[in-house]
Design a binder for this molecule. Structure first.
Ligand code: SF4
Length: 402
C-alpha cells in the first residue's frame, strides 16, 4: 500500500525503523563506516525522543500492519538492558493506544557481541519472539581479529565468541552479519566452517564484502582480479554446502534472496529490486539526536560527509528531525522529493542500460554520483562485483548442478 505524499512520490508504508540508541562503540574496527568522533560520543537517544518518534509514527498514515524496530549503528549494548526494556514498554504502550490488535511489531538489536552477558540473555528471553538479536562476527579469530579490534588495539574475537556461546547456552536463536575481507576471500572453507558450529542457533546469516580495496581504484586489472577472487569464494561456499548435505550450515541470506528473486512466486514474494528497496519511508533511520534519513542505510551526515552540501543545506541526505518536524512535513519536503527523483533517475538508467536490473537490489545511487557526479548512469565497479559476479556465479552453479 502506498501513501501518496502531496507531491507525487509514493511514500511508505514504513516497514522498518532503525534507531541509533548511541553512536558510541567499545570497538575500533578498521573498516567501520562511522567516524571516530561519532564512535567516541557517549550521548544516547533519550527515551522521550523514542516516545516522540512512535507517537508520531503509530498515529500516522505511514504505517501498515507490520513494523520492525531495530537498534543498530554504534554499539547498542553500551546502554543497559533496562534502557531497552523501558524503550520497548513505552513503544508497546503507544502501539496499544493507536493500533489495532492485528498490528505486528518486532524489535531487534544488532551488536558486536562482546558485551553479551546473562542479563542480556535474560532480557531477550523475557520478550521471546518479540525481541531478537544479531551479532557481527567475521568468522574465526584469524579473520575476525584482522579488523575487529578495540581502542587499545586488542582483538575482540574471544569476547564475541563467548557472547555467541552464551546465547546458545540460553537457547537463544540469533542472526549473524559477517564482513568478508580480502583475506577472508582466500579462506572460504574456514569462514563457513566456523559458523557451522553455531548453525543450530543461527536464524539468518548475511555477509557483506569489505571492498574499499577496489572502490578507490580505477585499475581494471585490480577490479577483475577481485571479481575472480569473489567468484572463487562464492563457488567454494556453494560447493561446500552441496558436498556436505548432512552437515548443517547456516542459511545464507545473500543466496536465499537471490533464489527468491529468481524462483519466488511473483505475487507473494518480497521485493528486493532497487526501486522497492529504496522507496522513501520504507525504512526510517533515526540518529540519537532525532535526525532522520530514509531510502536505505548509510546516509547519515557522518557517513556522507563528502556530500554534506549536495542539497544545499549542509545536512547531506538528512530529510528532517523528528523532534521538530511532523512526518507529513518530512514526507512532503522538497528535499525528500528531490532525493527521490535523483534516485529514480538512477533506477531508470539501470533499467534502460543494464541486463542485470531484475536481479539487482541496487543501492549504488550515491556511488554513481561520487564516481560520475550524476545519478543517471548505469554500471560502476561495484556493480561488476556485487551484482554481476554474484549473479553469474550463482547462475552457473545452478546450471552445473542440474
Ligand atoms: S548492476 Fe549496477 S547498473 Fe546494473 S542494475 Fe544494478 S546498479 Fe544498475
Amino acid at each position: 500500500m502506498n501513501r501518496l505524499s502531496e507531491g507525487n512520490i509514493p511514500v511508505g508504508p514504513v516497514e522498518m525503523v532503525v534507531l541509533q540508541s548511541t553512536s558510541f562503540c567499545n570497538l575500533n574496527c578498521s573498516y567501520c563506516y562511522l567516524s571516530e568522533e561519532s564512535r567516541r560520543n557517549k550521548s544516547a537517544m533519550a527515551i522521550s525522543t523514542i516516545e516522540t518518534i512512535f507517537e508520531k509514527l503509530l498515529s500516522s498514515r505511514y504505517v501498515d500492519k507490520t513494523l520492525r524496530v531495530s537498534w543498530h549503528s554504534g554499539e547498542p549494548l553500551i546502554l543497559k538492558p533496562s534502557y531497552y526494556r523501558e524503550a520497548i514498554e513505552r513503544i508497546l504502550k503507544i502501539r496499544d493506544y493507536y493500533c489495532l490488535s492485528d498490528f505486528n511489531i518486532r524489535f531487534d538489536i544488532q551488536t558486536n557481541g562482546t558485551l553479551i552477558n546473562q542479563e542480556w540473555c535474560d532480557l531477550i528471553n523475557e520478550y521471546g519472539e518479540l525481541l531478537t538479536i544479531g551479532v557481527s562476527c567475521d568468522g574465526p579469530a584469524s579473520l575476525h581479529d584482522l579488523y575487529r579490534k578495540n581502542w587499545s588495539g586488542k582483538p575482540s574475537h574471544t569476547l564475541t565468541q563467548q557472547g555467541m556461546q552464551l546465547l546458545c547456552e540460553n537457547g537463544i536463536d540469533f542472526d549473524v552479519i559477517a564482513v568478508v575481507s580480502p583475506e577472508s576471500l582466500e579462506h572460504p572453507v574456514e569462514f563457513l566452517e566456523y559458523f557451522s558450529r553455531f548453525s543450530k542457533y543461527i536464524r539468518e546469516f548475511h555477509f557483506n564484502l569489505h571492498d574499499e580495496i577496489f572502490i578507490d581504484s580505477e585499475d581494471s586489472k585490480k577490479i577483475e582480479s577481485y571479481a575472480n577472487k569473489y567468484d572463487l569464494f562464492l563457488r567454494s561456499l556453494l560447493n561446500e554446502i552441496s558436498k556436505h548435505e548432512n552437515k548443517k550450515f547456516p542459511q545464507i541470506r545473500n543466496f536465499s534472496i537471490f533464489y527468491n528473486m529468481l524462483f519466488g512466486e511473483a505475487n507473494g514474494r518480497q521485493k528486493y529490486d532497487a526501486r522497492s528497496m529504496s522507496k522513501p519511508f520504507k525504512t526510517l533511520s533515526i540518529e540519537a539526536n532525532g535526525d532522520l534519513t530514509t531510502f536505505y542505510a548509510g546516509l547519515t551526515v557522518d557517513e556522507c560527509k563528502d556530500l554534506k552540501d549536495l542539497y544545499g543545506d549542509g545536512k547531506g541526505l538528512v530529510v528532517g528531525n523528528v523532534l521538530n518536524a511532523s512526518l507529513d512535513e518530512i514526507a512532503n519536503s522538497t528535499k525528500l522529493q528531490k532525493i527521490a527523483s535523483d534516485f529514480e533517475a538512477s533506477h531508470r538508467a539501470c533499467e534502460a542500460g543494464c541486463e542485470y536490473f531484475n536481479l539487482c537490489s541496487g543501492g549504488y545511487n550515491l556511488i554513481k554520483f561520487r564516481r560520475f557526479e550524476r545519478f543517471n548512469v548505469a554500471q560502476t565497479p561495484e556493480c561488476l562485483i556485487h551484482v554481476k559476479t554474484f549473479a553469474n556465479t550463482l547462475l552457473s552453479h545452478l546450471n552445473e548442478s542440474n
